[in-house]
Design a protein around this ligand. Sequence first.
Ligand code: DX5
Ligand code: ZN
Length: 247
Amino acid sequence: MTSASTPIRIAPSLLSADFARLGEEVTAVIAAGADMIHFDVMDNHYVPNLTIGPLVCEAIKPYAVRNGVPVPIDVHLMVKPVDALIPMFIKAGASIISFHPEASEHVDRSIQLIKAGGAKAGLVLNPATPLNVLDHVIEALDLVLIMSVNPGFGGQSFIESALPKIALLRERIDRTGRQIWLEVDGGVKPANAARIAAAGADTLVAGSAVFTGGLAGGVYAQAIDALRSQALSGQSQARQNLLSQAR
Ligand code: DX5
Ligand code: ZN
């Protein structure tokens, strides 16, 4: 389980933002408390949908800032092949780049390419992808992203089998003794954030849960606060359960 000091990071997914006003959307979610900006790249090949690329990442980069300090842009590549886009996203200002192992010919090489460019490297596991794809590479990773929907679209329902997988991954990450972030993406809402964090996640992606009210609605802070407070209460409940088992 996550330790008492584990922060919860909330990463709003721009997939559900107003694409005609992306700069304003980034400014608004950062003002509302977002810890990172989740940037979904889909290629109409690895996944059926087609979204945004390095040019858009570069265009939003100046908006991804709080009090003069850059807010990380968390690029989730749902593309195949992977490697050609890595230097382009590094040049465009990505702070974290994650990819799906099925989409890369050489997973270790893709990780090394990301790290050589100075970004943090993440591997993304689809609902049916087993944790053993992490064998031999987990030590090189900064982040593991568990998909709790099949990738390609926002607004889908959370797949419950992600929860035991998150718990197993938490145990595995803790065994490495390294600070590897455990991110969860897909169908994350205030109603399930406590269970997701209790299972061991520390970074929650949320698209529709944050952006549904729209820029004019002024409820981004409410949504982000609800996700964070639910997640924190899930973490502390999990700790209490462990303590009562230990006594
Ligand atoms: C799905 C994307 C997600 C998506 C999440 O393939 O990777 O980041 O935007 O959207 P919600 O939170 O609405 O499920
Ligand atoms: Zn995503």
